[in-house]
Design a protein around this ligand. Structure first.
Ligand SMILES: *[C@@H]1O[C@H](CO)[C@@H](O)[C@H](O)[C@H]1NC(C)=O
Ligand SMILES: *[C@@H]1O[C@H](CO)[C@@H](O)[C@H](O)[C@H]1NC(C)=O
Ligand SMILES: *[C@@H]1O[C@H](CO)[C@@H](O)[C@H](O)[C@H]1NC(C)=O
Ligand SMILES: *[C@@H]1O[C@H](CO)[C@@H](O)[C@H](O)[C@H]1NC(C)=O
Ligand SMILES: *[C@@H]1O[C@H](CO)[C@@H](O)[C@H](O)[C@H]1NC(C)=O
Ligand SMILES: *[C@@H]1O[C@H](CO)[C@@H](O)[C@H](O)[C@H]1NC(C)=O
Ligand SMILES: *[C@@H]1O[C@H](CO)[C@@H](O)[C@H](O)[C@H]1NC(C)=O
Length: 350
């Protein structure tokens, strides 16, 4: 399936056929009670959420999720049982693959971008050559502007119904993405413990949510992401607004294994993370890292920008049939742009 193609170029501004549509913006008011915040989003997206939930309804963990009592408010607004909402949330935490990159140009501008790839294992539509779940998910992608006192605190690209955050920015301060780490060292023991009642770890997407809402600088965000106890391993990718502020934090549930930072003195003008530790080789059947790095290297620091990063993330197999959205962020300007993706044939399934 590995088919390397020439690096994309001139693909920005995004257009059909590699983009399916624009992402709608919503405002969420943090001054309101949690149960009232999401009313508009859920109202608009309720049909799609329901459609999406149908195929996962029989999943075995479903009943277990009813144990969790939550104040999310989404269940109340949408009329979908809480158990299914929780299931839906856990899905993103456990079955998402991604490519994230933070890069610095010669002027010290920092660019941060991510492809979110979701829907693996959930059924392949042979006729359309698409992943069933990925296609159902695309209409759920929304941009959210979180405000307090009518002022933006942070912005994120979200999946309606998912409370955690995979992609977000605090303008002027930092940008943050999360990639799944499929790891051997205890992997999902934390999630199992959580289900059984031991709740001292944190859902990875809730931590990113908390950091986006409450961390006040790049350094503060880095500390919080390195120190929290988690339910499962993860990679946190962080960008800042000045030279050297970009890193990949490799996490186990308990510890931070490594913080890989931009370093102009060493010529490290970008850090790029897929779903493998950066000091290890990626799995041979899922190597999005080599083509992405090849294209970053080919772009060079002299020509890096949101447009050229978008080109890199639009190169197959970095762009593949699982790719749900691409987000582009720049902290110093407060930019967050996201695009719902399509990967025209021929395209690799992942
Ligand atoms: C997205 O929005 C831009 C600007 O509003 C428009 O030019 C473009 O055609 C839209 N793209 C799609 C795929 O709808
Ligand atoms: C395949 O694509 C066609 C055209 O976009 C659509 O009408 C049809 O519902 C799709 N089939 C499935 C099984 O999703
Ligand atoms: C926010 O803006 C709305 C309309 O512009 C206004 O009615 C409201 O009082 C403002 N709220 C705050 C907390 O400033
Ligand atoms: C952020 O901090 C405020 C005040 O301490 C707290 O009420 C809120 O729950 C925190 N947000 C998150 C997502 O943890
Ligand atoms: C990209 O460049 C870096 C730094 O020079 C190098 O370590 C890496 O092997 C290159 N990767 C590819 C795929 O060209
Ligand atoms: C620089 O990047 C832009 C945007 O991706 C691309 O169109 C252009 O060809 C690149 N220029 C060079 C000299 O590589
Ligand atoms: C970066 O953030 C700091 C702290 O918020 C701010 O003082 C500074 O002006 C910002 N720099 C740029 C280039 O935006």
């Amino acid at each position: 399936y590995l088919q390397l193609e020439d690096c994309g170029s001139g693909m920005y501004p995004p257009k059909i056929p590699t983009v399916k549509g624009n992402v709608t913006w919503y405002t969420v008011n943090l001054d309101l009670a949690p149960s009232e915040r999401w009313t508009q989003v859920i109202k608009d997206k309720n049909t799609e959420v329901t459609v999406f939930l149908l195929p996962v309804r029989s999943w075995t963990l479903c009943s277990i999720m009813y144990l969790h009592v939550s104040t999310l408010g989404i269940a109340a607004v949408s009329g979908i049982p809480l158990g299914e909402i929780m299931l839906f949330n856990i899905f993103y935490e456990v079955f998402t693959v991604c490519t994230s990159v933070v890069a610095e140009d010669f002027n010290g501008n920092i660019y941060h971008a991510q492809n979110l790839d979701f829907g693996l294992f959930m059924g392949w539509d042979r006729q359309n050559k698409t992943w069933t779940l990925t296609e159902k998910l695309k209409p759920l992608v929304v941009n959210v502007n979180f405000q307090r006192g009518n002022k933006t605190v942070f912005k994120s690209t979200n999946l309606a119904g998912y409370v955690g955050m995979l992609t977000g920015i605090r303008p002027g301060e930092f940008s943050l993405t999360m990639n799944e780490r499929f790891n051997v060292d205890g992997g999902y023991v934390g999630i199992l413990e959580w289900i059984l009642g031991r709740r001292d770890g944190m859902w990875m997407g809730f931590l990113t949510r908390k950091v986006l809402e409450n961390a006040t600088s790049y350094e503060d965000a880095k500390d919080q992401l390195s120190q929290a106890k988690l339910l499962a391993p993860a990679y946190f990718i962080l960008g800042g607004n000045r030279t050297g502020q970009g890193c990949v934090i490799t996490r186990t549930r308990i510890n931070t294994l490594d913080i890989w930072e931009l370093d102009m003195k060493l010529g490290r003008w970008y850090v790029l993370e897929t779903n493998y530790d950066h000091w290890e080789k990626p799995m041979i059947f899922d190597d999005r890292r080599t083509p992405a790095m090849k294209c970053m290297n080919q772009t060079t620091q002299a020509n890096i920008s949101l447009a050229s990063v978008y080109d890199v993330l639009s190169t197959k197999p970095v762009l593949n049939k699982l790719t749900t959205y691409t987000s582009l962020m720049e902290v110093s300007t407060g930019t967050l742009e996201s695009y719902i993706r399509d990967c025209p044939n021929p395209c690799t399934p992942w």
